[in-house]
Ligand binder design. Structure first.
Ligand SMILES: C[S@@+](CC[C@H](N)C(=O)[O-])C[C@H]1O[C@@H](n2cnc3c(N)ncnc32)[C@H](O)[C@@H]1O
Length: 213
């Protein structure tokens, strides 16, 4: 069953000019990826980054909890990429429905920061499980320098109920703690910029890239 909160958000996103542009982070990190292979886009939403990576030689799976987002994503695939992008409606907090070592890249843009600490740790364990040795994880997330940090109801350390949903805010240290348990770091900082986030006055987001040993 789809997720109404996210389906409604995606109806608003669909009207924005940035929704069809690859995210800045996708363009920044493609240099760290292999030239081709299988790439999982967790919370890929309306598919702008899935299309970008498919255009760069990857076979992409866009996994998202929102049926509305995935319908938009399917509708926007140009014919030449149609065979290269698959869609799966799924809740990533329930585990990842893939075999061990079946992906070369796991990518997540603004989609790994909705879970409590225990679930977040489990999601990183799942990402590690489905990546092949030498595979790359690249994720981009809210940071503790966001203006929204420390607002709303505090649910646990760095985790707040804000803007209608639970949101985690990563620091460089906590990104290292969650991801570094599995991956060798290539990049970890809070210098990330996003089209949607810049519009809201949010800068300095978390950028993480790591390789599975
Ligand atoms: C802020 S949007 C980012 C979408 C897209 N990656 C982008 O950058 O435009 C967060 C995305 O994560 C998806 N999402 C949220 N919770 C999820 C979950 N538990 N499992 C899978 N996808 C989820 C939402 O539907 C949404 O598409």
């Amino acid at each position: 069953m789809s997720n109404k909160v996210w389906d409604d958000k995606h109806k608003k996103y669909a009207e924005k000019a940035w929704i069809n542009k690859p995210n800045i982070f996708a363009e920044e990190i493609v240099q760290y990826l292999p030239n081709a292979g299988r790439l999982l886009d967790i919370g890929g939403g309306q598919g702008q980054d899935s299309r970008f990576f498919a255009g760069n030689g990857f076979n992409v799976v866009n996994l998202d909890i929102s049926a509305a987002a995935l319908e938009e994503s399917k509708a926007k695939i140009p014919d030449e990429l149609a065979a290269k992008i698959e869609h799966i409606e799924y809740d990533a907090s329930k585990g990842l429905p893939f075999e061990d070592e079946s992906f070369d890249v796991v990518y997540a843009h603004q989609s790994l920061h909705y879970f409590d600490a225990e679930t977040t740790a489990a999601v990183f364990t799942e990402i590690n499980r489905i990546l092949r040795p030498g595979g790359v994880l690249a994720f981009f997330a809210n940071s503790t320098s966001d203006p929204e940090y420390n607002n709303g109801e505090k649910l646990e350390e760095d985790y707040y109920f804000v803007d209608g949903k639970a949101k985690r805010f990563f620091s460089v240290e906590s990104a290292r703690k969650f991801a570094g348990a599995h991956f060798d770091e290539i990049l970890c900082d809070n210098m990330g910029e996003g089209h949607k986030d810049s519009e809201k006055g949010v800068h300095n987001l978390i950028r993480y890239v790591g390789k599975k040993p």
